[in-house]
Structures are given as C-alpha cells and as structure tokens.
Design a protein around this ligand. Structure first.
Ligand code: AP5
Ligand code: MG
Length: 216
C-alpha cells in the first residue's frame, strides 16, 4: 500500500505517519526529515539546502526527486516493508507528475491521498509550540504533548530543540508557499487518485482512527 499524506505545515503529517507505518508495515518517507539529516551531517547537499530550509522556501524539484527515487527503490527491495507513506512530498505539480512517471515505470501506484485540513491559526499555534528531537525525530507540543522532563526527549534522552523554520518569522512564509505552490496539487489528484479529506483539528487519536477507517 502506498499513501500520500497531504496537508499544510503543522497539520500532523509526521505525527500520523509514525503511527500508520507500524500498523501497515510501511516506510515513512519524509523529504523534510531527509533534508534536515543532510544539514545535520554537514554533507554537500546539506550545505546547499540549509538556508533554503531556514527561509521556508522549497528546495529544487531535482534535489528532492533524487531523494525520492532512492527511497522508493529501497522500499521495493525491502523484505519487511510493503509500501510507503509520503510526508511532505509531492509539494509542486512538477513533483506530483514526476512521481506518477516514476511509479508508472515499475507498475506501482498511489492507493490513497489523505488530506489533513487544519486552518492557518491552528497551524501557527501548533508550530510555535512544537519541539523536535534531532536524534530520534520524536515530535512534541509544549501544551498538548509535552516531554515528561523539560527539554529532554522521552524516547532517547537527547535535548529537544525548536526547528529553525518553526521561528515566528518563517512560519508565515511556509504557509504562503503551501497555498501558492503545494495546494494546487489537489486539483491534479482529483479524479486521478482516491482523495480523502480529514478534519486535522481533531485529537491525534481521532485523526488516526479516521485514517485507519479509510485504509482498512
Ligand atoms: P517538512 O519537514 O515537510 O515540513 P512541513 O511540511 O512544513 O510540515 P511539518 O513537519 O512542519 O508539520 P507536520 O505536518 O509533519 O506536523 P507534525 O506532525 O510535526 O519540510 C520542511 C522544509 O523542507 C520545507 O519548508 C522545504 O524547505 C523543505 N522540503 C521538504 N520537502 C520538500 C519537497 N518535497 N520539495 C521542496 N522542498 C521540500 O505536528 C505539528 C505539531 O502539532 C507538533 O507539535 C505535534 O505534536 C502537534 N500535533 C500534531 N497533531 C495534532 C493534533 N491532532 N492535535 C494537536 N496537536 C497536534
Ligand atoms: Mg513533519
């Protein structure tokens, strides 16, 4: 099963993907996580994209598509994973078209596009309160889901941080980029792939239940 989780910044894509991957034995493919790993490791790619991520703009389609080709091929070779969940990809019409072309070559397809609807004000509140573990990628919310010990990851004990692009100056730009460049993809998928819209302002459990109801 191959799923695209779609929604604005802070809509809960990463939170839901981490839950769904276990139940359905899927690879969670987050282009944002892959890019941040490259920045943290100081690779050539990381140096090229660091300032773009911090500004909230999109990195080029070429760079992201290379990451996706590698990830999809590696899932195909896997004995333990039966598909993938895309989180934060595709983000432009060009990326959506390239993904269709890539899958057509191997006879694969997207089984469902799940859209998490969350309004702008809720996104700003969530992202301002989000803290992330740079080591194991666990995600916290200072009010809804705080770590048990201040500033420390429950799962691995590392110091949790605020993502560079979760600073107030960048959140607004990320939302504008989403409206202009990413949201039009929904028009591309309508009539082409099954699209399911979910109210992403429900509790985390409520959203998971609804997605599981769709996927079966
Ligand atoms: P990326 O990492 O993909 O960021 P994003 O799309 O902006 O999404 P987020 O990770 O901010 O939010 P999320 O939906 O995962 O929400 P989360 O579960 O954490 O991309 C970062 C950057 O990389 C981009 O700006 C771009 O520069 C680059 N990039 C990445 N992909 C690219 C691509 N394909 N092309 C070009 N450039 C690309 O939840 C958010 C918060 O809310 C957390 O605190 C969480 O605890 C809380 N929360 C979650 N669910 C709920 C709930 N139901 N109720 C209350 N709180 C909740
Ligand atoms: Mg995320």
């Amino acid at each position: 099963m191959n799923i695209v989780l779609f929604g604005p910044p802070g809509s809960g894509k990463g939170t839901q993907a981490e839950r769904l991957k276990k139940k359905y034995s899927l690879r969670h493919i987050s282009t944002g996580d892959l890019l941040r790993e490259a920045v943290a490791a100081g690779t050539e790619l990381g140096k090229r994209v660091q300032s773009i991520l911090a500004s909230g703009e999109l990195v080029s389609d070429d760079i992201v598509l290379e990451l996706i080709r590698e990830a999809v091929a590696s899932v195909r070779d896997s004995d333990t994973e039966s598909g993938w969940i895309m989180d934060g990809f595709p983000r432009t019409i060009g990326q959506a078209e390239a993904l269709e072309a890539l899958l057509a070559k191997t006879g694969e397809k997207i089984d469902a596009v799940i859209v998490l609807d969350v309004d702008r004000n809720a996104v700003i509140e969530r992202l301002s309160a989000r803290r992330s573990c740079p080591n194991c990628k666990a995600v916290y919310h200072l009010v809804v889901n705080p770590p048990k010990v201040d500033e420390t990851c429950d799962r691995c004990g590392a110091d949790i941080i605020q993502r560079e692009d979760d600073k107030p100056a960048t959140i607004g730009n990320r939302l504008d980029v989403y409206e202009k460049q990413t949201k039009p993809i929904l028009g591309f998928y309508n009539g082409r792939r099954p699209v399911h819209r979910i109210d992403g302002t429900q509790t985390v459990d409520g959203v998971t239940e609804q997605i599981e109801g769709i996927l079966g």
